[in-house]
Design a protein around this ligand. Structure first.
Ligand SMILES: Cc1ncc(COP(=O)(O)O)c(C=O)c1O
Ligand SMILES: N[C@@H](CCOP(=O)(O)O)C(=O)O
Length: 463
């Protein structure tokens, strides 16, 4: 499998090269040159298999011979050994036809662990074989950062710098990033919002002197391997409800569009998915795009679901690439306009294709709190605010006989204040994080300015 850039001007890469490269050198995102498919019989064969075996079968067509089969199985086993649930990503029934896919049983309590624990192992194996070291820089609205630090801390071949928006993540999320003691991981509190952090990251990739000088790599969903690892749980959950003999729909709390794009990939691979529903909080650029065809940035408004406080949804570019029949030049024009003018308008053909696959809905702050409360009363589930956005939007969809699976993207204990305010329950951290509030914090405050952040990174690299 070869990987091509959404902007059509960067060299084609292998899986391993795309994983270690991050952003394409033309500013685009790497995607597979074709979508591999699995037959109905192959999908039916997943019933009763372990998470790791299904992951192997789903990912193998994309990774080819990057790792030998035994090596890849060992990588998968190590990646998921730290998960606190035997099923890794269990499904819980909320009501007759509505299920919750719990993605928060990894070490940092958010869905990011599912991919990050795996790519930590894949990076380590690939870098060891190549005798290389890299500098990973990440942008986070709260969850990617801690998952990346957890996956890469202590590794000799990697320095990690995570930019988070100062004052805009929960206290648990902040402490998860500022308390690791390993000296190869660094938290940077940036003045700005998540979009500022992600824009800085992309500018670093586009500054070739810096990029090549520090051997920059990325583990945000810019990295194709991140998205790929997230495709797996669409298969495991759908199969447990009867796929491929029965179609299912998914509602996905959405910000950077990586998670729901993974659902789109699963559908392209042959998984019978009926609707993919984008659930946004009050930062609703994607919901507005579905309604009007205009993709227009507004400022980010802080919410009680802070990880979704995003207006520049990086992976939307991967979808638009398919909507425009993979025309790199058209994508470069649209996303340059987004950067320069803050807006672009999709063609009618693209809007029709978008609406053929996706629905969307928006959840206000009041609705998020009310959903946390009603879910506890009606189902006994304590939802995090992001998962509550998903449940609310799923409940807004027209009634259907097709089962709906809503992705529960984080553990409620990462957002104790919002959860307690909403339903009166203070969700407890698990034992391995019980002393989080007693640990010393280590963080560098930095202006939201490229030069300032690059200086901090250059000074922090181990050598
Ligand atoms: C808890 C949580 N829910 C939902 C999202 C949105 O996911 P995505 O950015 O893949 O759309 C994020 C951030 O990525 C998150 O951390
Ligand atoms: N919500 C995310 C934002 C970054 O998303 P990513 O999937 O591109 O890493 C976070 O928690 O940081």
């Amino acid at each position: 499998m070869k990987y091509i850039s959404t902007r059509g001007q960067a060299p084609e890469l292998s899986f391993e090269e795309a994983m270690l490269t991050g952003l394409a050198r033309d500013g685009g995102l790497y995607v597979p040159s074709t979508w591999p498919t699995l037959s109905a019989d192959e999908i039916a064969g997943f019933a009763g298999q372990s998470y790791e075996e299904i992951a192997f079968a789903v990912m193998k067509p994309f990774i080819g011979d990057t790792f030998g089969d035994d090596e890849f199985r060992a990588i998968l086993k190590r990646a998921y050994a730290s998960f606190a649930h035997a099923a890794k990503c269990p499904l819980v029934q909320l009501d007759d036809n509505h299920y919750l896919l719990e993605l928060f049983h990894g070490p940092t309590l958010a869905f990011k662990d599912v991919a990050m624990q795996l790519i930590g192992q894949m990076f380590e194996a690939a870098l060891k074989r190549r005798g290389e070291r890299v500098t990973i820089v990440g942008a986070t609205s709260g969850d990617t950062g801690s998952a990346a630090m957890e996956a890469f801390k202590g590794l000799d071949a990697v320095d990690v710098f995570i930019m988070y928006p100062h004052g805009r993540v929960s206290e648990v999320q902040r402490r998860q990033m500022t308390t690791p003691t390993e000296d190869n991981v660094h938290a940077l509190a940036v003045d700005g919002d998540f979009d500022t952090c992600q824009a800085l990251l992309k500018e670093m990739f586009n500054d070739f002197e810096f990029r090549d000088g520090v051997k920059l790599a990325g583990v945000n969903s810019i990295n194709w391997a991140r998205v790929l690892a997230q495709v797996v749980y669409y298969f495991t959950s759908a199969v447990s409800l009867g796929a491929p003999h029965r179609a299912v729909s998914f509602t996905v709390p959405t910000g950077n569009f990586g998670d729901i794009f993974a659902g789109y990939v699963a559908k392209r691979m042959g998984l019978p998915i009926d609707r993919l529903v984008i659930a946004t909080n009050q930062n609703d650029i994607l919901h507005r795009t579905l309604q009007s065809g205009e993709h227009a940035k507004t400022g980010v408004t802080p919410s009680i679901s802070p990880s979704m406080d995003i207006q520049v949804s990086s992976n939307f570019e991967r979808l638009v690439f398919d909507l425009y029949d993979r025309e790199g030049a058209a994508i470069a024009q649209l996303f340059d306009a987004l950067k320069d003018d803050g807006t672009f308008t999709l063609s009618q053909g693209a809007v029709d294709l978008l609406r053929a696959e996706f629905d969307s809905g928006k959840c206000t702050e009041t609705e998020t709190s009310a959903t946390i409360k009603s879910a506890l009363t009606q189902t006994g589930e304590v939802l995090c605010p992001h998962s509550a956005v998903g449940v609310k939007v799923a409940n807004q969809q027209p009634k259907s006989a097709t089962p709906m699976i809503t992705l529960a993207t984080a553990h409620p204990a990462k957002f104790p204040a919002a959860v307690k305010d909403a339903c009166g329950v203070h969700p407890e951290l698990p034992a391995h994080m019980a002393d989080l509030f007693d640990r010393d914090e280590r963080v560098t405050r930095v202006a939201g300015d490229l030069g300032a952040v690059q200086s901090v990174i250059r000074a922090g690299i181990k050598s």
